[in-house]
Design a protein around this ligand. Structure first.
Ligand SMILES: Nc1ncnc2c1ncn2[C@@H]1O[C@H](COP(=O)(O)OP(=O)(O)O)[C@@H](O)[C@H]1O
Ligand SMILES: O=P(O)(O)O[C@H]1O[C@H](CO)[C@@H](O[C@H]2O[C@H](CO)[C@@H](O)[C@H](O)[C@H]2O)[C@H](O)[C@H]1O
Length: 454
């Protein structure tokens, strides 16, 4: 029976602690992970919120990384984030696990043991699937599977090494388990939304088959298992291939637009729409996000008046389609093509936004704008830049969307432009934090969008 080995939360890192405590090692390792959200702010403290022994040699941890509050317009930045870790603990580490090595603990109950990221360990990955297959509690954690399905055991695991916001393990090319890294209280939309869409009969989204969650310190979703589409390629890879070959991508973009409209309609059925979006409120929220982003990335400053004008124009345009549940972080990497069909994945929304905001009804134009920005991103991967390629794809996507949705994004010029601007501002912040080399891509869009009327 799994047990919680450290029942009391404790502050694990502090100035008076020797560096090789578990907390000290994690405090050094955590900020170097791709999925760590607070890269632009030093970690001031690391608190272990819960530790559960999932099986011998594998600990499940929730840790809170605190940051010093930074002065920001409208208040202070959030004081930190909670992360999910699965730690392998062994005396000796096999050479194949070296890349997962976190460090050797020198004090406390784990003294003398090597600690590593257990998701890299096929044995731990195998046992994690077994827990999902069996369903039931493990300390504060709970594993559940769709009772209508039989999950086969013994599927060989492989950890995806894609640049991701979370960590995913593929089992035998049949299932994919997404282990959320940054954990926020509440049900994760990546469990909630695909489940609700499946109930609507929408087959554009792989439906959850098993999941696990915690009830301490607060209820939260920790991971979701879905069917894996083995022959699928993501839209980003396909778009770059088409660009490299000089191929047209408009047929794919048109079908993608149609698929997205289908998903939006199913979302509107699954979650009651909230009535017409309030343009004034939307514009205010966009301005506030711009202000916060400019504080973090001063390169935005010269463009602020032009960008604000794009948001201001919202006040004068018609309300547009009603606010509803949307994808929230739509881009070419979130759509998969298998055969001639497009599928949509990753309904978590923009990872840096609070969960309540991500689950709130929003304008579907936001998703359309996300995809339009993505065609621009793709076109800028080629030298010379291929603006015509992006323009044709954007046009085709909107045409495909309009044919099925009953409204045409191209006829909502001011609304679309405001959302595209808001998305480009988000991307500037995202790239500055995670991939500074990519910053010129959204900055080029910012320069274009800041010239109102262009
Ligand atoms: N159901 C699936 N079938 C096939 N591949 C998938 C599936 N779900 C995710 N993937 C692959 O895993 C990658 C990461 O998934 P995603 O949900 O976007 O994770 P993250 O939130 O960490 O970015 C995707 O880009 C895709 O290549
Ligand atoms: O990790 P997620 O997929 O949830 O999304 C985050 O990372 C994306 C990059 O991996 C980022 O997308 C941006 O870069 C893409 C190219 O790599 C491009 O297609 C998107 O249009 C652009 O926004 C996304 O913004 C971020 O939330």
């Amino acid at each position: 029976m799994p047990k919680t080995i450290t029942p009391r939360p404790r502050t694990a890192a502090g100035a008076d602690r020797p560096p090789a405590s578990l907390g000290g090692l994690l405090r050094d390792w955590l900020p170097r992970q791709r999925w760590f959200a607070g890269k632009d702010r030093p970690v001031t403290d690391l608190t272990v919120l819960s530790v559960t022994e999932l099986f011998p040699g594998c600990l499940h941890l929730l840790v809170h990384a605190s940051h010093a509050p930074v002065p920001a317009p409208g208040g202070t930045a959030p004081p930190g984030d909670c992360y999910q870790l699965l730690l392998g603990v062994r005396e000796h580490l096999a050479p194949r696990l070296e890349r997962a090595f976190i460090g050797r603990v020198e004090e406390g109950p784990l003294a003398g043991l090597a600690v590593y990221d257990a998701l890299h360990d096929p044995r731990c990955a195998h046992l994690l699937l077994e827990r999902l297959r069996q369903s039931g509690p493990a300390g504060p954690l709970r594993f559940e599977a769709d009772p209508a399905l039989h999950l086969p055991g013994g599927l060989p695991p492989r950890l995806l090494d894609a640049e991701q916001s979370n960590s995913s393990i593929v089992y035998g090319d049949a299932y994919i388990l997404k282990v959320f890294r940054r954990v926020q209280p509440g049900v994760n939309p990546d469990l909630e939304v695909p489940g609700a869409l499946a109930a609507q009969g929408c087959d554009r989204v792989p439906a959850p088959v098993a999941w696990f969650s915690t009830n301490a310190p607060r209820p939260a979703t920790l991971g979701v298992l879905q069917p894996f589409l083995p022959d699928a390629t993501d839209g980003w890879t396909l778009a770059l291939r088409a660009l490299a070959a000089g191929d047209d991508f408009t047929a794919e973009a048109r079908e993608l637009g149609r698929a997205m409209a289908e998903v939006h309609l199913a979302l509107a059925q699954a979650f009651p729409p909230a009535g017409p979006g309030e343009n004034e409120l939307m514009a205010q929220a966009m301005c506030a996000r711009l202000e916060a982003a400019t504080h973090a990335v001063p390169a935005l400053r010269p463009f602020v008046p032009g960008l604000r004008a794009a948001f201001g124009a919202l006040a004068t345009c018609d309300t547009g389609p009603p606010a509803q549940r949307i994808h929230g972080d739509l881009h070419l990497g979130q759509v998969l093509r298998a055969g001639r069909d497009w599928f949509v994945i990753d309904f978590e929304g923009e990872p840096s936004r609070p969960l309540t905001e991500r689950r709130a009804p929003q304008s579907p134009v936001r998703d359309v704008a996300g995809m339009l920005r993505s065609f621009d991103y793709a076109a800028r991967q080629r030298r010379p830049w291929r603006p015509e390629w992006a323009r044709r794809c954007r046009e085709a996507f909107c045409a495909g969307y309009a044919a099925h949705a009953g409204w045409d994004p191209r006829k909502k010029h001011a609304l679309l432009r405001a959302h595209e601007t808001d998305r480009a501002v988000y991307e500037v912040l995202y790239e500055a934090r995670h991939r500074p080399d990519w910053l010129p891509v959204p900055m080029a869009a910012i320069k274009r969008l800041a010239v109102w009327g262009d």
